[in-house]
Design a protein around this ligand. Sequence first.
Ligand SMILES: [Zn+2]
Length: 237
Amino acid sequence: MQNDHRIERRGLLRTGLVMGGMLAATASGSTTALAQSAGRTASDERPATPDQAWARLREGNRRWVAGTSTHPHQDAARRAEVAQKQDPFAVVFSCIDSRVAPEFVFDTGLGDLFVLRTAGQTIDPLVTGSAEYGPAELGTPLVVVLGHQRCGAVTAAAESLHDHKKLPGELDTITSSLRSAYKRSGGDVDKMIRINTVDVVNQLKKDKLFAPRIAKRQLKVIGAYYSIDSGEVTRLV
Ligand SMILES: [Zn+2]
């Protein structure tokens, strides 16, 4: 039932892609005659599998690293195309850090990603519910947990735990969430960032809604690390 809906929706999306595809073809000048006659480019096809989705994110990240971002899906045509329905191809769960904006890092645009962001990409049931929405309701095939270099949240938590000094307000909740990663990191903040990222991936893989989809290869949950210096995303797990 849900699949039928999805196919219908894709049909509608393709119709809507005509204008965006023509614009992209004109701009890039590198699309094939076939794609032009269909009124869309190969890169407009929404990735349908976890591996296709990851490949799309990697391509976008390569452009970001090289300084050749194309800023796809950021025009009025795209806004109109996704105004009634959305069908993002990935969920990206990253830190609130102002230097780690997923749409920039993966060179994507409107309607491409569900984005969740918390300090140090720490997780709780409320955040998990938001992560579940895409895969469970719309069949989003990929979840990426993205840790990053020089994470201020993880650094502050490490200092708080090291000095036995509680952070004020709810900031201490973030520290508590990172305690286990801290213990296994030996105090090395970069190691702690990577351990925490993998921990969150493992937690999400066990999620009641995710596990059966992962078993059926409809969904992958992967962990990655973002270098603030180079812009490069490296897969961890
Ligand atoms: Zn951070």
